[in-house]
Each structure stands twice: as structure tokens, then as C-alpha cells.
Design a protein around this ligand. Sequence first.
Ligand SMILES: [Zn+2]
Length: 462
Amino acid sequence: MGRYVLYGGTAVTGKRSGIALVVIEGERIGKVIFEDDASYAGAMGSALSGKGEYEGFERICVAGKYIFAGGIDAHVHFREPGLTQKADLETESGAALAGGVTSFIDMPNTTPATVSAKALSEKLELAAGRCHANYGFHIGANNRNSKEVLSVLENMGHRVGGVKVFMGSSTGGMLVDSGDALEEFFRIKGKTVLVHCEDESLIRKGLETAREKWGEDIPFEAHPQIRSRKACILSSMKALETAMRLGTKLHLCHVSTHEEAEMVRAAKLNNPLITAETSVNYLHFCDEDYARLGSRIKCNPAIKTAGDRQALREALACGVIDCLASDHAPHLAQEKQGKYGKVPSGIPSIQFTLALLLQIAEETGMPLTRAAEVFSEKPAEIFKVRDRGVLKAGNYADIVVFDPEAEHEVTDGEVLSKCGWSPYVGEKMKGKVERVFVNGEEAFGKDGLHRERNYGQELIFE
Ligand SMILES: [Zn+2]
């Protein structure tokens, strides 16, 4: 059983950030003692001397570093089962740790799709003992499986992150376009319904128009016209309206336009159960980057304008957008080569989550406390993740030590995702994840990922 004292660093929670001592005992956080606490001086003395209370503990000086609760990423595509040439649970959960993410909830558009009790149970079995980070899964909706989904929620609800509804096609073909089926899912109580919103008929029209203009040589710059802002807005409007009417605990995935952020702000006044996420892809890139990165930043929904990027940053900072998710969606480098119509959508990004978030926070004046909320505390609250997400005594010791001064340029060689590339290669990052504890075990250190063992446990959803 590991016993550690981290001292000298700045602990960050949603409520406060400040110099603190963080104690890990076994798989849980023993104590978080801030500098203004009466017991701080005595604890610090023991941490420094190794005598008294912390005798026998491994004492780690983290002066100048930040200590966060490990990130909870509720939107990843780790491609297993069925698409493991692109990625798998073991490789991508390792990449997650390098991004400060210690828990993930994987999307159901694998092969087979996670749309039944059987498929979900098989996925949970596949994950057991093979994940570097804690794992959980969403179940997928389609036009025919509402009864099955309800029975899964009834019988094994604590093993389900949420119900994912694709209101627009994406990898895996799990479109819900029947109005009746949609209403049945939106009537679900007590579980979050996550929606991918893009209007299918507008996308099809957009693609036809582009083909008329360019034939098969559609430039990647046209992606945000094909999968247009209008397609996002129309579909999100439908989802939000339905959620307001039926009182759904709706979670709008990867918000990519300023209009949708405004709609979320308004909808929350009517139905406070509504939440939203965005990904670093929409906070970091904008349409000006297609010329440079082309297919590498083709994702769904499309990356929009610099104006949208700024509005999304503000919406995340002020709480209209509740949390961050990576939408980590790896494809092989060779799959990303070729014509627009053939290249799949998706970006491998999870490895850079915390560094990018803190960079964006610095650029926008977002306080560190808000970064802790969007990174781990809010996702834990939205998906009711048991005993994780907040840096506090009693929770599992999922802890990230981040060095804000470690500037570096991302290289291909450091990409841990199986696909071996990322559009973030070549970017200068200010700050780096230095050490990660998962369930009280050091799973990632200065020497990188500890591959010999996997410390991830199954997430329990209350
Ligand atoms: Zn996704």
C-alpha cells in the first residue's frame, strides 16, 4: 500500500487554490491541508523531517507545481472492440494519463456498437485490468433499442455513464432519426442523455453542393460549410426544446458555435438539468487552421471560426458550458490521407488536455479554480461518478502533478496514442504533466507511463 506526502505545491480545487500538503494513504486521499490550516505547520514539519506523523511515507517535494484531481473525460473514442488497428483501451488510457486524465467514459460507436446489455458487459470485461485510467462506458441509442436501454439502466445503471444519442451521423452509424424513439430516450429519468447534434439532411445537402462545385476534390476548408453551423444550431435547438418540454437531464456534446452556447444559456433557465461540454479542439483551433492542417483537424462537428472559439472560451469560463471533454477520436495516419470524401473525421487529442486547458485559462484569465471544475469536478457531478473528481480527503487518490514552467514543443515521438500522430504535434506547450497517481499508485512519472501495471478501476455511477 502506497503512502505519499506531496508538499510545497499549489493544490487546486473548484473552491480554492493555494499552497497545501496532500497526503495519499492507500488508494484514497488521506488529507488535503492548506497553508492557513492550524495543522499545516506541524504536518509540514513532519513532511520535511520524515519524523512523526509522516514517518515511513514517501515524501515528494512539488514546489512550484500544481496539484489537481485527475481529469474525468466523459467523451472519448478508444475504438475497442472492433477498431483496434486505430486505438485500444490500454494505449489510449495511457495517453490519457499524460494529459492528466485519470478517468474516461468511452462512447458506444465501436464495433459492435454498445447498444445492448450484452455489448456493454463485454466491453466492461475487455476493459478490466487493461486500463491505465479508470474506465466507464456510455450506452448507445438507436431507432430500435429504447426498451433494451431502459432495461440496462434498470438492471445495471451504476455501470452506465449515460445514454448517447447521435442526432446526426458519425463513425458507427447509430443515428436516431425517428421522432418517437427520440422522445422515448428524452423521457429517461435519473441518467444523463448525451447528444451529438448535427442535422443530417442539412449535412447531406451541404455535401451535394460541395460535390457540384468541386467534384471529388473538395478542399478541407469546406468542412465547416458542409457540416455547417446551421446544421449544428438546428439540431441543438431541437434537442434543447425537447429537453425543456420533457425535463430531460440533457448533456449537449462538443458545442462548436457561439449560437449554441447562447441557446444553452437560455435553455438552462428553463431546465437547470441541461449541461454542455466543448473540447479543446474548438478552443484551440479555428477555420484558419484548415489551410495548414487540412484532414488532420477534420472532426465532427467541424471546427468553426475564431469568433466561435472566443465565445466558447468565454462560455466555458463563465459556466454556460459546464465542462471539457477531449472527444479523443484517433484514426490511422494513412486513413487521414486522401480526398475529403474518404477521410474519416476525428482528432487524437487526449494527451494534451490539461496543458491546453491551462494555456487557454491563462490566455482568457480563467481562474485555476474554474479549470479544476471543468476538468474534473463538473464531469463527476454531471455523471455522478462515485468518490472521484474532487481533490479532497476520502476520495480516490487520482492526482495530477503539473509543472506550469515546463515549456516544450510536442513531437511525434511523444505521442502515446496507438495511431502515433496528433495535430498538436509541433505546438509549443507551456507546462507538462509530471506525475500522475491513479487509485493511490504512481502510474505516470518523470520517466513517462508506467507500462508494467494498469491501475485503472471501473467507475461507479451513482
Ligand atoms: Zn465524439
